[in-house]
Design a protein around this ligand. Structure first.
Ligand SMILES: Nc1ncnc2c1ncn2[C@@H]1O[C@H](COP(=O)(O)OP(=O)(O)OP(=O)(O)O)[C@@H](O)[C@H]1O
Length: 245
């Protein structure tokens, strides 16, 4: 639950978040959308304590976040962002960073939910194949899926997905988003995205603009009335046509 949360980047003269109220109930998923610069990533950075919250408050898993330090917060909140942090070791070792006692079945289950199992099994050394420096031997989509599998294995109380499909081509991005929405069903998840594809399945969509919530509700309700979300959907449709044509 986020109450009147503000945040400002160092050296800036105005708040990037200007009093947000947000409740992410256990097992529910919220998507945060909005134009570039609206404050989506700032929200993730603030929740994860990479950036100090100004005024306002938030609780995580029922605990006042002011009582938690950055390390505590990062034990409660898992982050998958656009640049997956992979290490120059094997698929297995990258997964085991999440839970070093995970058994083979659990590793395979996490890979399966991230839709990466078939690929991993097709590798010459299977899960023992090296992924290269920062995962350089994987495609962008595979890197994100491996990071997702790792976050699923870690089983964080809250999962924050910050534009995990950014920098991927549109079909790959939309396929990844669809798969991660399927994989996070029933998990407490905040998905930050500037594309609307697939958001029909989340519980609530929150539209940000200039650090404020300008619209919120289930996707179908917001899409049915004139407003910021419908305008975004129209733009997305047009861009999709331009890309296709
Ligand atoms: N590191 C930073 N230093 C200073 N200002 C920043 C920094 N990061 C973001 N901002 C500013 O904070 C505001 C919110 O930016 P933020 O990155 O949170 O938006 P966003 O909605 O995630 O955008 P995008 O979709 O482009 O990632 C913007 O005005 C931006 O210029």
């Amino acid at each position: 639950m986020v109450k009147a949360l503000t945040a400002r980047h160092p050296g800036q003269d105005r708040d990037a978040l200007a009093g947000l109220d947000l409740t992410l109930e256990r097992g529910r998923r919220i998507a945060v959308v909005g134009p570039s610069g609206s404050g989506k990533t700032t929200l993730a950075q603030t929740l994860l304590r990479f950036l100090d919250a100004g005024s306002g408050s938030y609780t995580l898993a029922g605990v006042d976040a002011h009582a938690l330090d950055g390390d505590d917060v990062r034990r409660l909140v898992g982050l998958c962002a656009q640049d997956a942090h992979l290490f120059n070791s094997s698929v297995r070792e990258n997964l085991l960073l999440a839970r070093k006692d995970a058994g083979e079945d659990e590793l395979r289950d996490a890979l399966g939910r991230a839709r990466l199992l078939e690929w991993a099994d097709s590798l010459p050394e299977g899960l023992d194949t090296l992924v290269g420096e920062h995962g350089a031997r994987l495609s962008g989509g595979q890197r994100q899926r491996l990071a997702l599998a790792r976050a699923l294995l870690a089983d964080f109380p809250v999962l924050v997905l910050d534009e995990p499909a950014e920098h991927l081509d549109l079909p790959t991005a939309d396929a990844l988003t669809a798969d991660l929405l399927a994989a996070t069903e029933g998990r407490t998840t905040l998905l930050i995205t500037h594309r609307l594809a697939g958001l029909e399945s989340v519980d609530e969509v929150v539209v940000l603009d200039e650090g404020r919530i300008v619209q919120r509700g289930p996707y179908a309700e917001l899409a049915a009335v004139p407003g910021p979300l419908r305008a975004m959907a129209r733009r997305e449709e047009q861009t999709g046509l331009l890309v296709a044509g």
